[in-house]
Design a protein around this ligand. Structure first.
Ligand SMILES: Cc1cc2nc3c(=O)[nH]c(=O)nc-3n(C[C@H](O)[C@H](O)[C@H](O)COP(=O)(O)OP(=O)(O)OC[C@H]3O[C@@H](n4cnc5c(N)ncnc54)[C@H](O)[C@@H]3O)c2cc1C
Length: 352
């Protein structure tokens, strides 16, 4: 394994599972003439949360439909080595891990459609969803649309993503042992990530474009007092330098416009996440940061609508916690369907 995460191209995964995954009688209606079909459980999102929910729902005989969105596989598709997902002691590439999730979901009869849900109507059951111009209906719905890391949006940052540029210190910090790293941001996340990275990096430079942080007072003081953290106020990243991997940054003083370069072995962008909740905002409450609010473990204010993964969880933000949430949401949905006598479970397809 290389020390730095290597950039992996997003792989396109559009399929409806193997033809022999489940008899047609227990599979959802085929997508024809603009009619997407009905399932007892429709899952929105195909990251670790959505696909784990699909594995559980499929194995419960519910023949779920996953509307997987335009980023099939979710956030792990933009990373390379994943070393903290249990069961892979040697590590596994993010896209390969998600391909395995997907295979496991389709193996038991999940239908996956890689289209974004553009509109929903949760007024009454069955719930209605439109994806790619096609209408789907569901007795129970699992929302697992995740969140998207915010990036600076400069070309060199995109090019070196996974080659020393990351948006997750918990996930990738370990790869930067002994390297001088930069963290961009001024909120709690940036302060936390900078402090966390001092475990691995001999010097962490915190780059903030203003002259004060937005984070909580205690986190600010911890970062300011930390001997391993050097703060560059009024500074922004003009360019990430390096061909195959990051070698340094061209920095700019936001007040004077003066530019200079510094050597770095890693760059962490910690300017926030955008929860993917747009289509549900008129139906489900969100917190101040836009994340969906959960009732109990996976429930919502609408009976029969369940929530899983990073779309509500901005505390743990890990594949394993999202997967666990997906499992819980599927089990809760299954029990809810049972209680409302909406299950028509067919035997689970067990491929020979
Ligand atoms: C750079 C990086 C590296 C990471 N490395 C690790 C790591 O090493 N280990 C680890 O445990 N975690 C890692 N993470 C965190 C991990 O990827 C997330 O915690 C996890 O993917 C969250 O899973 P999720 O299913 O909740 O959401 P996501 O993975 O965000 O998936 C969301 C899904 O919802 C879909 N979607 C969104 N909107 C719609 C819509 N309108 N209609 C239909 N579908 C929609 C998307 O297409 C996507 O399939 C990393 C994250 C990043 C950004």
């Amino acid at each position: 394994m290389s020390e730095l995460k290597l950039a992996m191209p997003a792989i396109s995964m559009i399929d409806s599972g193997p033809a022999d995954a489940a008899p047609m009688s227990q599979r959802p209606t085929e997508v024809t003439d603009g009619a997407g079909g009905h399932s007892q459980v429709v899952i929105v999102g195909s990251g670790p949360a959505g696909l784990t929910a699909a594995i559980y729902a499929a194995r419960a005989g519910l023949a779920p439909i996953v509307l997987g969105g335009s980023a099939p596989g979710g956030q792990l598709m933009i990373t390379s080595e994943v070393e903290n997902f249990p069961g892979f002691p040697e590590g596994i590439q993010g896209p390969e891990l998600m391909a395995r999730f997907r295979d496991q979901a389709t193996r038991f009869g999940t239908t996956i459609v890689d289209a974004d849900v553009q509109q929903v109507d949760l007024t009454e059951r069955p719930f209605q969803l439109w994806a790619g111009g096609v209408r789907y209906t569901a007795d129970a719905l699992i929302v697992a649309t995740g969140a998207s890391a915010l990036w600076l949006g400069i070309e060199s940052e995109t090019r070196l993503r996974g080659r020393g540029v990351s948006a997750c210190a918990t996930c990738d910090g370990f790869f930067f042992k002994g390297k001088r790293v930069a963290v961009v941001g001024g909120g709690d996340t940036a302060l936390e990530e900078a402090t966390f990275l001092t475990r691995f990096a001999p010097e962490v430079v915190l780059i903030h474009r203003r002259d004060q942080f937005r984070g909580s007072r205690i986190m600010q003081q911890r970062a300011i007092d930390h001997p391993g953290i050097d703060i560059r106020w009024n500074t922004e990243v003009a360019e990430v330098l390096g061909d195959e991997s990051i070698e340094g940054l061209r920095l700019r003083d936001t007040q004077t416009g003066r530019e200079w370069t510094e050597a770095f072995g890693g760059l962490f962008i910690a300017i926030g996440y955008r929860p993917n909740t747009e289509v549900f905002r008129d139906w489900l409450p969100t917190d101040a940061a836009g994340y969906l609010e959960v009732e109990g473990e996976t429930g919502s204010v609408i009976e029969g609508v369940f929530i899983a993964g990073d779309v509500h969880d901005h505390h743990y933000r890990q594949a394993v916690t999202a997967a666990a949430d997906g499992c819980k949401a599927a089990m809760d949905a299954e029990r809810w369907l049972e209680t409302h006598a909406l299950t028509h479970a067919a035997p689970v397809a067990v491929p020979g």
